[in-house]
Design a protein around this ligand. Structure first.
Ligand code: AMP
Ligand code: MG
Length: 340
């Protein structure tokens, strides 16, 4: 299939029509690029699973552009979850809600719930509006690869496999949305951390608890609230080990392990300590880390790299999401500087 690349300003009407016709379109959001399909068309949704090679038990997020579309997507929404949506939409928050009758089961991998989000990106919002239907959109990468945060990443994974890709420049956050499930009243469980942080939820009057799978591997046979947590994710081809401890001690420990095919994922403050290092943003700025992570992971795959050592973010604010993705990319391989 020929993949057309569109600049954002000329993309909206033709790409909206493609979505309505059952085709796949990659588009930018503030989190990562999405691989979009008409959420009401089971054949179009099935294409997403095929093209990404996504396991059929990993449900998709339905993206909407306004409150009216929410009514087509979810049913029996509690007043508290409506408040949550009002407070954070458009934005990087996905809410698990009872699945609406029009949404086919394949969207939710058979679950009775559906994940819904209204993205905060003018191109995404205009595209969904032009399509006139909710748009399911997982990250626009092949399953298992790091999520795409710019046009080049989408081209690498999906050229020839989708009808169109819209270039919207680099994504503002660079990590996927926060996913929350209601626990009754104003309580929610964070299934996946993202740009909306636990303290932002709490400041808005919600009580947020963290799912244990966020910073720990899921045991075989353990029941999880978010099927996506079971799958290997974000991994570069070379094995990656996270080294924890005081940054100076971490640098000294990694320096002893350097060799021709060893690369380091280092904060900007320490890049000059290593002959072969890729930037992980600034030690003090979690948003710069979330911007850098997926690009860095993809970059390692283009380098003659057999082992990666990564510094470990402090984990405040969006840094919790950075930790979560980094741990998965490293298959939870983590060691303290003294023991490396
Ligand atoms: P992605 O589309 O790759 O950003 O991943 C979507 C994430 O949302 C995955 O971790 C899914 O497991 C999670 N998710 C989607 N729908 C549901 C649902 N109905 N219940 C729980 N988690 C969901
Ligand atoms: Mg994904």
């Amino acid at each position: 299939m020929k993949t057309r690349i569109y600049q954002a300003d000329e993309a909206i009407q033709p790409c909206g029509a493609l979505l309505r016709a059952g085709e796949l379109v990659c588009f930018p959001t503030e989190t990562v690029y999405g691989l979009g399909a008409n959420a009401l068309d089971p054949a179009a949704v099935a294409k997403i699973f095929r093209v990404k090679n996504r396991p059929a038990d990993n449900p998709l997020i339905a993206h909407i552009c306004d409150p009216q579309m929410l009514e087509q997507t979810a049913d029996s929404i509690s007043p508290e979850m409506r408040k949550l949506a009002e407070k954070f939409w458009p934005g990087p928050l996905t809410i698990i809600l009872p699945r609406g009758k029009k949404i086919p089961a394949i969207v939710s991998a058979g679950l009775s719930t559906v994940a819904v989000r209204c993205p905060e990106h003018p191109v995404a919002l205009a595209l969904i509006r032009a399509a006139g239907v909710p748009v399911v959109a997982p990250s626009a990468n092949l399953s298992g690869r790091p999520s795409p945060t710019c046009l080049e990443h989408c081209l690498n994974d999906l050229t020839g496999k989708v009808a169109a890709i819209i270039d919207g420049g680099p994504c503002a956050i660079g990590l996927e949305s926060t996913v929350v499930a209601p626990l009754g009243g104003k309580k929610v469980r964070i299934l996946r951390p993202g740009g909306i942080t636990p303290s932002m939820l709490e400041e808005a009057g919600f009580e947020a608890e963290l799912d244990p799978a966020i910073l720990k591997p899921v045991e075989k046979g353990q029941v999880v609230s978010s099927p996506g947590m079971l799958h290997r994710h974000y991994a570069p081809m070379a094995p990656m080990t996270i080294v924890t401890g005081d940054p100076e001690a971490v640098c000294a420990a990694i320096q002893k392990k350097l060799g021709p095919e060893v690369w380091v994922l280092a904060f900007d403050e320490y890049l000059d300590r290593f002959p072969q290092a890729v930037s992980f943003g600034s030690e003090k700025d979690p948003l710069s880390q979330s911007n850098a992570l997926f690009s860095a992971l993809r970059r390692f795959d283009t380098l003659p790299c057999k082992q990666i050592y990564a510094m470990y973010p402090a984990g405040d604010g969006v840094g919790l999401a950075v930790r979560n993705r980094l741990l998965r990319a490293a298959s939870f391989q983590m060691i303290s500087a003294e023991r490396l």
